[in-house]
Design a binder for this molecule. Structure first.
Ligand code: NAD
Length: 449
């Protein structure tokens, strides 16, 4: 689905007109392109004095990626990104100097620029003042993200106490957030729980040699996930209902994977999935529970025909299949499970009690399953998309759709590839230290919570 308004305000005569009329002008987002630079200009690394050592570690990492790194912002420079390291703040007073130093950098951030703040969780702080400082950073990140323009984004990485900025998932999250792969992730904090995980030998193909199942892969976000995982080296098993068989075969052929026609709510679904994986690929490393449906109705008019299938496809099937995977000998050594939640499951949505029950359910499922996946050497996480341009959202009536699409800091809907890139990150070896979490891909949707 295309966003005509976004195209109009970024081209020719209508671009000028929109500017003169003061209309909102959503920017064309900077997305990953092979061979393009990781960031669109020099990177400045700022810190409060106490966090200088961690800031040095981050700066060295950026230099290892051949980036042009500054430790102070010169008055005339333009920047591709700013990384602010605040891992050792002890009091809200410590925030003043580094945050105020960031201010002038924002004015000179390139289109598609990035701000990434590295901090620690308030829950782990040893004093109320340290907790206040740490929680204050959360507020700073979410606020500055709302101030950025030109398709720039602001996000945070929250490292559990004891996890160094050199941990694989800290490094992986930093690279992901700086890159065009995180184009529609805005105003979010990526929580790194441990130093588990491994850095890839090739950042373009971190999934080389992995076998990945993607459900609902015939179209929309699922097809984008199949393409993105395959592009990063995975062998993909594309799963969808028999009625979508032709489209499914096309996607599977395109990514040089295999197709499995399967209704994931069937009682023997897990068994058939495992049988296919064992006989065709020998093993399974990544499962993306993407298949999902909506049957919107106000609760006052809700029926079992609209409630039960939504819960059945969106959360009961992922619960059953994940249970079966965990006891299967086909599971690889560092398994990754990634589920599709939704911002509706976080903030609720009118007409979607059924969908929100299922997507809130997914968030609960990943939290509670994290220890079992960790015991198997793996992780389970969810991605919560906001408004994404797919057949699902094309069905929303025009006026409601236009409001939903603009109601985020980037003033546009995301593309299926934006969700796919975040899923690929969570499925990667470097994300092994992120477990039980839900990461929003919503352009900082104003969800009211
Ligand atoms: P879509 O309707 O375009 O595609 C969903 C796919 O899942 C279809 O190919 C469908 O055939 C398949 N599917 C449905 N039931 C199935 C079953 N029982 N067994 C196997 N396959 C089945 O949807 P989409 O917009 O690409 O959404 C993908 C996922 O992302 C869903 O879980 C959805 O809830 C979630 N999501 C989407 C958005 C959005 O804005 N599009 C926002 C938040 C969350």
């Amino acid at each position: 689905m295309t966003d005509t308004y976004l195209n109009l305000v970024n081209t020719g005569f209508t671009k000028k007109l929109a500017k003169q009329l003061g209309l909102p002008r959503p920017a064309v987002l900077r997305r990953h392109r092979p061979g393009a630079p990781l960031v669109p200009g020099p990177v400045v690394v700022l810190d409060d004095a106490a966090s200088e050592k961690d800031a040095d570690t981050v700066a060295q990492q950026l230099l290892d990626w051949d980036l042009d790194v500054r430790r102070h912002a010169g008055p005339e420079e333009r920047f591709g990104a700013a990384v602010v390291v605040l891992t050792e703040v002890a009091s809200p007073e410590d925030l003043s100097a580094p945050v105020l130093a960031l201010g002038p950098v924002l004015k000179r951030l390139a289109p598609g620029g990035r701000v990434v703040v590295v901090s620690r969780p308030a829950a782990g702080a040893t004093s109320p003042a340290a907790a206040a400082a740490r929680q204050g950073i959360d507020g700073v990140v979410r606020s500055l993200a709302k101030e950025l323009r030109g398709g720039a984004t602001g996000n945070g990485i929250v490292l559990a106490d004891g996890v160094a900025p050199s941990a694989p998932s800290a490094v992986g999250a930093l690279r992901f957030l700086l890159s065009g792969r995180s184009a529609f992730v805005d105003g979010q904090l990526v929580e790194v729980d441990s130093d588990a995980g491994e850095l890839p030998t090739d950042w373009e193909r971190p999934l080389d040699g992995r076998v990945a199942v993607v459900t609902g892969a015939a179209r929309g976000i699922g097809a984008a996930i199949a393409r993105t995982l395959a592009g990063q080296g995975a062998t993909v098993v594309a799963v969808d209902v028999p009625a979508a068989g032709d489209a499914l075969a096309k996607v599977a052929n395109e990514v040089h994977g295999t197709a499995l026609q399967l209704d994931i709510t069937a009682t023997d679904a897990a068994e058939r999935l495992l049988q296919h994986v064992r006989s065709r690929h020998g093993r399974l490393d990544v499962v993306v529970h993407n298949a999902g449906i909506t049957r919107d109705k106000l609760l006052a008019n809700m029926t079992p025909e609209k409630w039960d299938p939504v819960v059945g496809v969106n959360v009961m099937a992922p619960l059953r299949i994940t249970d079966a995977l965990l006891v299967s000998e086909a599971l690889g050594e560092a398994p990754r499970v990634v589920c599709l939640a939704s911002t509706s499951g976080i903030a609720g949505n009118r007409g979607q009690t059924n969908y929100a029950a299922s997507k809130g359910g997914v968030i609960g499922m990943v939290q509670a399953s994290a220890p079992a996946l960790a015991a198997a050497g793996g992780t389970i996480n969810a991605v919560a998309p906001g408004f994404i341009e797919t057949d699902m959202t094309a069905r929303i009536p025009f006026a409601t759709r236009e409001v939903a699409r603009r109601f985020n800091s980037l003033q546009q809907g995301g593309q299926p590839v934006d969700v796919a890139e975040t899923i690929a990150f969570l499925a990667s070896p470097q994300a092994g230290g992120i477990n039980g979490r839900t990461l929003r891909v919503c352009g900082q949707n104003m969800v009211g919570r």
